[in-house]
Design a binder for this molecule. Structure first.
Ligand code: DLL
Length: 439
C-alpha cells in the first residue's frame, strides 16, 4: 500500500526554497552574532572580516566563515564556546566513543524544546503517531540517543518505554507485555535482537512490532533489508551527532530513499575533504554542518568527517528539505591496506548481501612481516552447519572471491558459529586494527 505522507510541521516541512533560504539567512545572522560573543569564535570571525551579523548579507557569505573541527571543540573545553551565562544552561551532553577530552554540548530551555521538535518531526515522518508504543532500546546518559528520542517520542504523544539498551530477554518481555509497535536501536543491536529472538524461541506473532529507527552508526542498504525481512518491520535511517544536538538532524521519511536534512535547523554543505571546496551536487564528500537552532552554543561550518552526497531530485513525500545519501563512513574510518584505500562499509556491502551470512562480523587488520593482513571474521546464519565442511568451504571461497572483486584485496575469510563474536549494546566495533601506528 502506498504510504500517505503526514507532516508534523506542514508549513515548515514544505516551505519553498526561497522561503527556506530566507529563514536560514535570518537564523545564520543570529548564530554569527551569538558566535562573535564567544571566546573561541570572536578572534576567528574578526580575522575573516566579520564583525557581526551585518556582515552576513546573503547565504553566500557562509563561505567566509571559518570551519570548526573536533579539535577546536576539545581545545575550548569546557566552556570556551558557550555564549550564554551558565545559569541559563539546563543540560549538557557529550560525544560518545572518544578518548581524551570529551566534546561537550550545552543547551538552554529553548534549545531543548527545538531539538525535541526536530526529533518529533522525524519520528512522525515515518508514519508513527500517538497510538504507538515506543521502546527506546538505546543508551541513556551523556549519549544523545536516549534522552533525545525519549523527548521526541513523548512530544509525538507515543507511550515511551525508557528500556535502554542491552538485556534482550527483558526487551522481549517489554515488547510482549506493553505491545511495543516501534523501537529505536543501533542497527547492530537490532541484528543481535533478531538473532536472540530466534535463539530464545520468541514467537513473532506474540509481538506487535511494526517499525524501527536505526542509526548512530553506518550500515548498508542490505543490512536494512535484512533487518526488515527478518523482523518483518520497516526500518528508517536516523542520522545525527552530538555536536548538532544529537539525533533529529536528518531522517528518512516513508519514501525511504535518502535522509531529509532539516534545513530550517541546519545548513548543510558537502565539501571535498582535502580542498574543502564544495563538490558538485550528487558527488560524495564530507558533510559540513552549521547549526541554526541552538542559542547556548553556536557551531559554524562544523566538519563532521561523515561522507555523504545530496540527492537532487524532489522526494515523493513532498518535503522540500534536501536529502542526504546514507552515510557510508567517516573520512577518519578509512583503512589503508597495503596501499589500497578501503572503507569498512565496502566490506559490509559485500557480506550482508550474502544470504547465508549471519548477523555479525568483524574486520581484523594486522601486520604480517612488512605486509598488512586483512581478515574478515563472519558469523554464519542458521541455515549453515559448521560441521558440514564442503558447503562451508564453498561459502568461504565465494565470499572471498566476491570481496576480492569488490575491494581488490585478497582478504582471509573466517566463518564462525552464530553468537561467537562480541556484541555491543551501543555502537558496534567493526574494526580491530593492531598495526603499529606511525608517530
Ligand atoms: O550518534 C547521535 C545519534 C543518536 C544519531 C541516535 C542517531 C541515533 P554521536 O555519538 O556524537 O551522536 O556520534 C555521531 O555517529 O558523526 C556519524 O559518524 C555516526 N552516525 C550517526 N548516525 C548515523 C547514521 C550520535 N544514520 C556520529 N549512519 C556521526 C551512519 C551515523 N553514521
Amino acid at each position: 500500500m502506498a504510504p500517505s505522507y503526514q507532516y508534523w510541521h506542514p508549513e515548515m516541512e514544505t516551505l519553498s526554497r526561497p522561503e527556506l533560504e530566507a529563514h536560514q539567512l535570518r537564523q545564520l545572522k543570529r548564530m554569527v552574532s551569538n558566535a562573535s560573543r564567544t571566546e573561541f569564535y570572536r578572534p576567528r570571525l574578526l580575522e575573516a572580516g566579520i564583525r557581526g551579523e551585518a556582515d552576513i548579507r546573503s547565504l553566500a557569505d557562509l563561505k567566509r566563515l571559518p570551519f570548526t573541527t573536533k579539535h577546536d571543540l576539545r581545545a575550548s573545553f569546557p566552556y570556551g564556546m558557550l555564549c550564554i551565562p551558565l545559569e541559563e544552561v539546563i543540560r549538557l551532553h557529550a560525544s560518545s566513543g572518544t578518548t581524551g577530552t570529551p566534546t561537550t554540548i550545552y543547551f538552554n530551555r529553548e534549545d531543548i524544546r527545538r531539538w525535541t521538535g526536530f526529533v518529533a518531526r522525524s519520528i512522525y515522518s515515518t508514519g508513527c503517531n500517538k497510538t504507538d508504543v515506543f521502546q527506546n532500546m538505546i543508551t541513556y546518559g551523556l549519549f544523545t540517543g536516549g534522552l533525545g528520542f525519549h523527548a521526541g517520542g513523548e512530544e509525538v504523544g507515543m507511550l515511551v518505554i525508557p528500556s535502554g539498551s542491552g538485556n534482550t530477554t527483558r526487551q522481549f518481555k517489554f515488547m510482549q507485555d506493553f505491545g511495543t509497535t516501534v523501537v529505536h536501536a543501533t542497527p547492530s543491536f537490532l541484528l543481535h535482537v533478531e538473532a536472540k529472538m530466534r535463539e530464545e524461541g520468541v514467537n513473532r506473532e506474540s509481538i506487535r512490532l511494526k517499525r524501527a529507527f536505526a542509526g548512530a552508526e553506518p550500515y548498508s542498504e542490505d543490512t536494512r533489508r535484512r533487518i526488515e525481512e527478518l523482523l518483518r518491520i520497516d526500518v528508517y535511517n536516523s542520522y545525527g551527532l552530538s555536536e548538532m544536538n544529537g539525533p533529529g538532524v536528518a531522517f528518512e521519511c516513508q519514501a525511504k530513499n535518502g535522509l531529509h536534512i532539516w534545513e530550517d535547523g541546519y545548513i548543510a554543505e558537502i565539501v571535498h575533504p582535502e580542498t574543502l571546496e564544495p563538490v558538485r551536487d550528487g558527488e560524495v564528500g564530507e558533510l559540513v554542518l552549521t547549526i541554526l537552532c541552538r542559542e547556548a552554543m553556536p557551531l559554524l561550518r562544523y566538519r563532521t568527517r561523515d561522507l555523504s552526497a545530496f540527492y537532487t531530485e524532489p522526494c515523493p513525500c513532498g518535503r522540500t528539505h534536501r536529502r542526504l545519501r546514507r552515510i557510508t563512513g567517516r573520512t577518519d574510518d578509512m583503512l589503508i591496506i597495503n596501499g589500497v584505500n578501503l572503507f569498512p562499509s565496502q566490506i559490509e556491502e559485500v557480506i550482508m548481501a550474502v544470504k547465508e551470512v549471519g548477523n555479525n562480523y568483524l574486520i581484523v587488520v594486522e601486520k604480517e612481516g612488512v605486509l598488512d593482513r586483512l581478515t574478515i571474521k563472519i558469523e554464519v546464519g542458521p541455515t549453515i552447519f559448521m560441521d558440514d565442511t564442503r558447503p562451508l568451504n564453498a561459502l568461504r571461497e565465494r565470499i572471498r572471491k566476491t570481496l576480492q572483486a569488490a575491494i581488490t584485496i585478497n582478504a582471509r575469510v573466517e566463518l564462525l558459529e552464530p553468537g561467537s563474536l562480541p556484541v555491543s549494546e551501543g555502537k558496534a566495533t567493526r574494526v580491530l586494527d593492531s598495526r603499529p601506528r606511525d608517530v
